[in-house]
Design a protein around this ligand. Structure first.
Ligand code: AP5
Ligand code: MG
Length: 220
């Protein structure tokens, strides 16, 4: 693997496996996992002004406005641990966010290295969303059917209590998918035109998706 900074984007609809795969891949790539949704949830948990602003949008499954989101993610990317790159999960989600990211990286003489587009049919995503459970303390992600914890309701890693995200309901998931197709899916063409997008089949076992993603990054 080369030592050039690696800025890799995991693109995909809600519950396509971005967070699951990022947790498995970031060590392999030697870059931090930067997830805009996790940054918002951290702010929400700590009742920061940013968290309070974002909550209303998140609860409805709408995108948080670009200016708030771009500022938050750029601040994260400016920290020293992102100097060698980052594995971006959930950002960018609009053309304006993609342009802001490209511009910020260009100012440092860098660029997005690759975009991994995780493809999963919508009907599979609804079951994934409603069955997802997360650890209250470490954020590890489970699924009641596809990735159950050893003991129901308890995190395998640190014994933390598992909970369901407020936006992981059947009512909200429809809107999240609509928002994805309207506002985020144009990024597929945007990055395809730049010649850096690779489609990966996300409708297979978690370990198989990881292998496919590693293969799509093998030349970096
Ligand atoms: P965010 O947290 O990014 O949510 P999302 O995009 O809806 O994606 P998810 O986290 O739901 O899915 P994932 O792809 O990470 O799937 P996971 O691996 O967990 O955003 C939340 C909200 O924040 C947004 O709605 C918006 O309001 C706001 N926001 C965030 N970023 C923003 C931005 N850039 N701009 C504006 N607003 C923004 O997997 C899902 C489940 O499936 C898990 O239970 C998992 O165990 C299971 N699973 C995973 N892979 C497989 C597999 N291969 N087979 C079977 N099950 C699987
Ligand atoms: Mg996620």
């Amino acid at each position: 693997m080369s030592t050039k900074p690696k800025y890799i984007i995991l693109l995909g609809p809600p519950a396509s496996g971005k967070g699951t795969q990022a947790a498995l891949l970031h060590d392999h790539l030697g870059v931090p996992h930067v997830a805009s949704g996790d940054l918002f949830r951290y702010n929400l948990k700590n009742n920061t002004p940013l968290g309070i602003q974002a909550k209303a949008y998140m609860d409805k499954g709408e995108l948080v406005p670009d200016d708030i989101t771009i500022g938050m993610v750029m601040d994260r990317l400016s920290r020293p641990d992102c100097e060698d790159g980052a594995l971006l999960d959930g950002f960018p989600r609009t053309i304006a966010q993609a342009e802001a990211l490209g511009k910020a990286l260009a100012e440092k003489g860098q660029e997005v290295t690759r975009v991994l587009n995780i493809v999963v049919p919508d009907e599979i995503l609804v079951e994934r969303v409603t069955g997802r459970r997360l650890c209250k303390t470490c954020g590890a992600s489970y699924h009641i059917k596809f990735k159950p914890p050893k003991q129901e309701g308890i995190c395998d890693l640190d014994g933390g209590e598992l909970y369901q995200r407020d936006d992981d309901t059947e009512e909200t998931v429809g809107n999240r998918l609509r928002v994805y197709w309207e506002q985020t899916s144009p990024l597929i063409d945007y990055y395809q035109e730049k010649g850096i997008l690779v489609d990966v089949d996300g409708n297979q076992d978690i370990a198989e998706v990881t292998e496919a993603l590693k293969e799509a990054l093998a030349d970096l």
